[in-house]
Design a protein around this ligand. Structure first.
Ligand SMILES: Cc1ncc(COP(=O)(O)O)c(C=O)c1O
Length: 436
């Protein structure tokens, strides 16, 4: 398999093999995952050997909500290429996009841009620190790779466990940052209050996703909002993954609680590099009291792609499509599991759903699922991120394949031989160093 051969070469030239942990082949199917793509269009992916798959997994780690190589977005991008994507002067699309984003989020008046989620979160935290002239950040959940966040794991190695990605190693993050990033768990207002009791006058920001795996308990987000306002900290909603999944803009629009800053990336531009820090004028103006500036944040493709993506998203009511397709899949998983006699949990937001197999050998079984589905022509995993390109018939065919596969998994459970049915090692999760 050419993809696996290339991945072996990659590991000798690129530390860790890939630029994003969530694209490591070991996460899905060690030694067998196609690993690289030759082309991707709609929901169809072709690997380096010319084998075609339907992507029923994570669609570019959640970035391609319209489907791969969406013709409308690509048309806008090609037009911007024809007119030059970089210049001594600025791209006018920046202003149009800022107005569009503030129109979608009426509590916000100003916008800055970056080109990736973690980077945009760092900018948001810098603005909050500049605005408050304070250092510390209370946070819940995963927010990327940068120092302000990984500082949570300095000294106490497991602070970030339970915040989406276990085992993140903070090597290279200065020890002086120890104690500056303080974790609390989602829906645990008591934990946030404990942090606030100790650090009331030192907290620059509270950073969290408004919703992810669990729904907010009644009053939770309202209390977080109140606490931030009471202590003068900036409330930052990380909408990097939840943005444009459930509605045009942040999921907070549906939850009825407004932050001071909301951060978007991924889905806002259908796979083109783009990120936005959207906030109130009062807080965002603090960006001028510090230095936040980069050449590549001025290129034209990102804003052109974002404008075309958001315009199509609204025109076609993509949110309703994503939710409908996601619900079909969640229900299909449950039904297939029931028919096969397999114990699963299927949950998450309809447009960000996943299942887990309720067995001790869960990792082997999930790996076997991916292996068997790959044989049937699917990129499939325990997570599914629907796109506008997924149609009802894709889901029907996929669920027929899932039903057959779940029956085999149930048999493997009964015989206790899931591991021996694997053609390679089981998948590896979380953060770890690749040694070969
Ligand atoms: C909630 C959240 N914040 C931040 C990030 C980091 O974004 P990026 O990978 O674009 O740096 C992610 C990525 O998965 C995310 O899910």
């Amino acid at each position: 398999m050419q993809g696996q051969q290339l991945y072996q070469r990659a590991k000798t030239r690129i530390p860790g093999g890939t630029q994003l942990l969530s694209k490591r082949p070991e996460l899905f199917l060690p030694e067998q995952w196609p690993s690289y793509y030759a082309s991707a269009r709609g929901v169809h992916v072709t690997d380096l050997d010319g084998k075609a798959y339907v992507d029923m997994s994570i669609m570019g780690v959640g970035s391609c909500i319209l489907g791969y190589a969406d013709p409308d977005v690509d048309h806008a991008v090609k037009a911007s290429i024809d007119n030059g994507v970089m210049c001594t002067l600025n791209a006018p699309e920046e202003v149009e996009l800022a107005e569009l984003l503030c129109g979608l989020h009426p509590w916000a008046q100003m916008v800055r841009y970056a080109r990736s989620g973690g980077e945009a979160l760092s900018i948001a935290v810098r603005i909050a620190r500049a605005y408050t002239r304070r250092d510390k950040v209370a946070f819940s959940g995963y927010h990327g790779w940068t120092d302000w966040y990984l500082a949570a794991n300095l000294g106490e190695e497991d602070s970030l466990d339970g915040h989406l990605m276990p085992g993140l190693d903070p090597a290279g993050v200065p020890h002086v940052l120890r104690g500056t990033a303080l974790p609390f768990h989602y829906n645990r207002i008591d934990q946030l209050k404990t942090i606030v009791d100790a650090e009331r006058d030192n907290l620059a920001a509270i950073v969290m996703e408004p919703q992810r795996g669990q729904a907010p308990q009644p009053g939770f987000l309202e209390q977080v909002r109140q606490i931030a306002s009471d202590i003068g900290a900036v409330l930052i909603f990380d909408e990097v993954t939840t943005g444009f999944r459930m509605t045009a803009g942040g999921i907070h629009l549906l939850l009825g609680v407004n932050p001071d800053i909301a951060v978007f990336a991924k889905a806002m531009s259908n796979g083109y590099a783009m990120a936005a820090i959207v906030g109130t004028e009062q807080v965002m103006q603090a960006a001028q009291s510090t230095f936040i500036s980069s050449t590549n944040w001025t290129e034209r493709i990102g804003p052109a792609a974002a404008l075309a993506t958001i315009q199509k998203y609204r025109r076609e009511n993509v949110a309703a499509h994503l939710i409908g397709i996601g619900n079909l899949v969640t229900e299909g998983w449950k039904q297939a599991a029931q028919e096969a006699g397999l114990k699963i949990h299927a949950d998450g937001l309809p447009s960000l759903n996943h299942f887990s197999l309720d067995y001790a050998e869960e990792l082997e079984l999930t790996t076997l699922f991916t292996q068997l589905m790959l044989d049937k022509g699917y990129l499939a995993y325990s997570q599914f991120k629907p796109s506008f390109a997924h149609q009802g018939y894709h889901i029907e065919e996929y669920l027929a394949a899932v039903t057959e596969t779940f029956t085999i998994l149930a048999d493997a459970v009964e015989k206790g031989d899931a591991a021996s049915r694997l053609s390679g090692p089981p998948a590896r999760r979380g953060f770890y160093r690749l040694t070969q």
